[in-house]
Design a protein around this ligand. Structure first.
Ligand code: T46
Length: 194
């Protein structure tokens, strides 16, 4: 497995070795040692699986309590995946790292706790599976707006022939980084935003 750093420290891209033969393919999709050999100790407690059609954008979500680290990958289709640094004390606060994840490249994107996460579906449909380091906590989940000008994510909408993404009602109501001082006033354990 090859591990690549990204534009943001702590956000990693794992490129597992894929073994192809006449039957098909095999790859390892998780090893605890991918983390422990980098001094990262996480306990993955929940796996998720979602399916979305072309143009759907899920996110950008994060939980202000029980902040989740997510190891994400695509098993069908093709998505543009984004992690936004929401850690107030981070030099890359408000910055984002992105990765193209697909059934083709089989890459995994590590989104640490303290990051907002979301993805845009570029294929006709995409199935998205991921491991989380804490449980779902809807009471503290918030949405950062996908088009927040302060973050300035360059979503490949035109590549998918899209003007706008398709958003859930919750995501349409997302907050903007510079209009949410109340959100950003509470420190979470570990200096995370909240
Ligand atoms: C996330 C989640 C959702 N749900 C239920 C709650 C709703 O009734 C339904 C759909 O939830 P939601 O619209 O929040 O699903 P997504 O928009 O895919 O949310 C996810 O989107 C981005 C990409 C993320 O990184 C998060 O994992 C998560 O926020 O599933 C659960 O029961 N457990 C869960 O862990």
């Amino acid at each position: 497995m090859d591990c690549q750093e990204t534009t943001i420290a702590d956000v990693l891209l794992f490129k597992p070795r894929v073994f192809g033969d006449e039957r098909g393919f095999f790859l390892e999709t998780f090893r605890e040692s991918w983390f422990s050999e980098r001094g990262l100790e996480y306990n993955f407690v929940q796996d998720n699986h979602s399916s979305s059609s072309k143009g759907v954008l899920r996110g950008l979500h994060y939980q202000m309590e029980q902040t989740q680290g997510k190891l994400v990958r695509v098993v069908r289709g093709d998505v543009f995946d984004v992690a936004v640094d929401m850690r107030r004390d981070s030099p890359t606060f408000g910055k984002y790292a992105a990765a193209r994840l697909s059934e083709e490249n089989k890459h995994l994107f590590w989104v640490p706790p303290g990051f907002a996460h979301g993805f845009l579906v570029l294929s006709d449909m995409a199935e998205f599976v991921y491991k989380c380091t804490d449980y779902y906590h809807p009471e503290s989940e918030v949405s950062l707006r996908w088009d927040d000008p302060t973050v300035g994510i360059d979503w490949p909408l035109s590549e998918a022939g899209l003007e706008e993404p398709s958003l859930s009602a919750k995501d349409k109501e997302g907050f903007l980084l510079d209009q949410a001082p109340s959100f950003l006033s509470r420190e979470l354990s570990g200096g995370l935003i909240g």
